[in-house]
Write a protein that binds this ligand. Structure first.
Ligand SMILES: Nc1ncnc2c1ncn2[C@@H]1O[C@H](COP(=O)(O)OP(=O)(O)OP(=O)(O)O)[C@@H](O)[C@H]1O
Length: 308
C-alpha cells in the first residue's frame, strides 16, 4: 500500500516547551491511524501541523508524495472538537451552508445518511444531544468529500452508548475508502478502530505499530493482577508494576508457574485476576504511568512506588 501521508522529523517548540520533538511516521491509504497519548503528549499539536493550522518549528509533512500545500489541504476534512454553530439553524441548513463553500462537495443526503442525521435534519442545534452534535461535526468534516479525515478526540465527553455508535460510524466511513487519522486518550477506542497507532508521551513517539503487533511484541502470556495489599512488605518492582492505586500487574509467561512462585514467596492470592494485555497495559509498561492520569497523580504515584 502507498504511504498517503509522511511525517518526517517533525517538531514544534513554544518558548521552552518542546510540544513535539522530532517525530516521524507514515500513514497508508485507507487505514484508520491513531495518535495516542495522555494530556500534553503532543497529539493535537501534531495533527494541527498536519492540517496546516500551525507552522512546524522543523521537519516535513507530505501528502500523496508532495509537501503539504494548498491542493493537498483541499483533500482533507477536519472534525473540530468544538465548532461554533448558529443555534437558530437546523442540522440540514447547517450542512447546506457549509456545502456551498466547496466547489465539489459531497452529496448532502449521502452525508446525512452516513452520519445518521436524516431523522434529525430539521432539528435546531440547541436541541441536539452530545452524540448528535458529534455526528453533525463529523458530517461537516465530510461535506467536502475529503480523502483524509482528521478527528481530534472525537468521543471525549460522550456516554458509552454514543461512543459505540460513533465507532461504528467511523468504521463505516473507513470502509468507504477514506483514510482516517484520529487522536484519542482512550486505548479501547484505539484497539477497536485503529489499524496502526503511534503512542506519544511528552512530545516523543514511544511505540509504533499495529495494536496486535505491539501487544505481542511487549507481552507474552497473560497478566496477573493482584490487590496491592497482597504485596505488603515486598518491593513492587521485584514482581511487576502498579496499576492505579489499588493493584499490581505481573507479567506471566506461564500463569501456573507464576502463581506457584508467588505462593513460594509468601504473597497472598486473594482477589487475583488473570487477564490478557491491552493497550492500556502497554502504555503503563512503557511509561510507568496510566494514560488517563493527571500530572499531579503521576507525581503522587512516584512517591508511592513501594508499599510499606
Ligand atoms: N500555543 C501553545 N503555547 C504554548 N504551549 C503550548 C501551546 N500549545 C500546546 N502547548 C504545549 O505543548 C504540549 C503538547 O500539547 P498538545 O495540546 O499537543 O497535547 P495533547 O497530546 O493534544 O494533549 P490533550 O490530550 O490534552 O489535548 C503541552 O505541554 C502544551 O501545554
Amino acid at each position: 500500500m502507498t504511504a498517503y501521508v509522511e511525517v518526517n522529523n517533525l517538531s514544534k517548540e513554544y518558548d521552552d516547551v518542546k510540544a513535539v520533538n522530532g517525530i516521524s511516521f507514515s500513514v497508508k491509504k485507507g487505514i484508520c491511524f491513531g495518535l495516542l497519548g495522555p494530556n500534553g503528549a503532543g497529539k493535537t499539536t501534531t495533527i494541527e501541523m498536519m492540517e496546516g493550522l500551525i507552522k512546524p518549528s522543523g521537519g516535513e509533512i507530505s501528502f500523496f508524495g508532495d509537501p503539504l500545500n494548498k491542493e493537498s489541504l483541499k483533500e482533507i476534512g477536519i472534525q473540530f472538537q468544538h465548532t461554533a454553530l448558529q443555534d437558530f439553524l437546523t442540522v440540514g441548513e447547517t450542512l447546506k451552508m457549509f456545502q456551498a463553500f466547496y466547489p465539489n462537495p459531497a452529496n448532502l443526503n449521502d452525508v446525512m445518511e452516513m452520519c445518521d442525521l436524516v431523522d434529525i435534519q430539521d432539528r435546531r442545534h440547541q436541541k441536539l444531544s452530545g452524540g448528535q452534535k458529534q455526528r453533525l461535526l463529523l458530517a461537516l468534516a465530510l461535506i467536502n468529500d475529503p480523502k483524509i479525515l482528521f478527528l481530534d478526540e472525537p468521543t471525549t465527553g460522550l456516554d458509552p452508548h454514543a461512543r459505540r455508535n460513533f465507532w461504528d460510524l467511523i468504521t463505516k466511513i473507513k470502509h468507504q475508502g477514506k483514510t482516517i487519522i484520529l487522536t484519542t486518550h482512550y486505548m479501547d477506542e484505539a484497539e477497536y478502530l485503529c489499524d496502526e497507532i503511534v503512542i506519544m508521551d511528552k512530545g516523543n513517539i514511544i511505540a509504533q505499530n499495529t495494536p496486535s503487533k505491539l501487544l505481542t511484541e511487549h507481552f507474552s502470556g497473560a497478566i496477573i493482577r493482584l490487590p496491592i495489599e497482597n504485596l505488603a512488605g515486598h518491593e513492587i518492582a521485584d514482581f511487576g508494576r502498579r496499576f492505579g492505586e489499588h493493584h499490581v500487574d505481573i507479567d506471566a509467561k506461564d500463569v501456573e508457574v507464576s502463581i506457584s512462585e508467588l505462593l513460594t514467596r509468601g504473597v497472598k492470592l486473594d482477589g487475583l485476576q488473570v487477564k490478557s494485555a491491552n493497550l492500556d497495559d502497554l502504555f503503563i509498561k512503557l511509561t510507568g504511568h496510566q494514560l488517563t492520569q493527571s500530572q499531579e497523580e503521576q507525581g503522587e504515584q512516584a512517591n508511592l512506588d513501594s508499599v510499606e
